[in-house]
Design a protein around this ligand. Sequence first.
Ligand code: FAD
Length: 394
Amino acid sequence: QRFSVVVVGAGPAGLTVGNILRAAGAECLVLETESREFIERRPRAGVIEEWAVRGLERRGLARNLLDRAELHTACEFRFDGERHRLPYQELTGSHHWVYPQPSLVTDLVREYADVRGGQIRFGVRDVRLHDLDGDRPSVSYTCPETGGRQVVECSFVAGCDGARGATRAALPPERARVARHDYGIGWLALLAEAPPAGDSVLFGCHPDGFAGQMPRSPEVTRYYLQCPPGDDPAGWPHERVWTELRRRLGAAGAPPPVEGPLIEKRVLDMHDYVTEPMAFGRLFLAGDAAHLVAPIAAKGMNLALHDAFLLGDALTAHLTSGDDSGLAGYSQACLRRVWDYQEFSQWLSELYHGTAAGEPFRAGTTLARLRRLFTSRAAAAAFAEQYLGTAAHY
Ligand code: FAD
């Protein structure tokens, strides 16, 4: 069987592209290495920007989200033993939604496979791309049932297989540049079976290291604790985690974090990369496959959705009316938002980690930057625009 598009990877990017294509009646196959149960449970993101939710809504993909997601209108910084609320909706008229990534992926798989009749193969192995610079590319993979190789012909390949996928490697090094940045910082990423203390995202900028609280649902809360890169999560038993969270998020009049069992504990080494251009021949990359942004500003899934909207629409325009302008401008259009978000993440990283750098000068400038957010309405509004992704016209 020949498909118009083979999508590699069933994350937020791949499933959104697949759904857009199916809505236009395109023949599309999604290939995924994991099982359906696994992708529907893998915890990660939760904070989605308002424009991204509107983009999903316009494509008929936000029904459950709009029913169930929590609306966030402010965040809170804690430093120098004080709490400082930043009411970003008041400043920009825009807000965040909080909806766990596994819930979004569950909605997108159901819509793609069960409602729009899209084909999807789970548990595939050793995906390889062929003849990308001709007009009849193909994708081969090992079939989980038979162990045999399958070859699928197509017109386009959407590389949406995340940071550890195979498609990025198909870009010849002489035709693509990968720019990398390493923060030299680790975050212990935790999920606790406990409600958040208060209803907003908290950023604790403490001399002993950053701590963050990101509500996910009334029952589950994500926490982060700055740690050395490559640190062993086993060195962070229950007591140590909660003692550090209470200390680093502590502030006058603030309720302490609500303690609960830790259901996920892993160390993320903070780094970024950007692949330019995001296309080669008939291959178009989207989401983490093309660019990784450390979860400092909760931007990765938002960027994955932005790419997916542009790629889904561009492929549809080509397939239904022969209009190639979207595909021709795809990489450049994505990269403007990608670089804007990378720059904001770098800026925010200094705000989070500067007081703990062990350098009195950096601690001084970081505290000045923090205080300015609460003494200058213009500084607060500039932060809010970037935090919500409404700062630039992309
Ligand atoms: P993925 O979600 O990684 O999906 C790729 C899919 O491809 C996966 O299902 C994978 O199994 C599959 N795959 C891999 N290799 C292959 C292969 N060779 N063949 C076929 N399939 C393959 N972002 C936000 O916007 N907001 C947040 O609040 C936020 N919080 C985060 C918290 C944490 C702890 C982490 C780790 C990330 C967070 N992110 C956040 C980032 C966000 O989770 C990612 O940016 C997002 O998942 C990217 O989506 P994607 O579809 O590009 O890739």
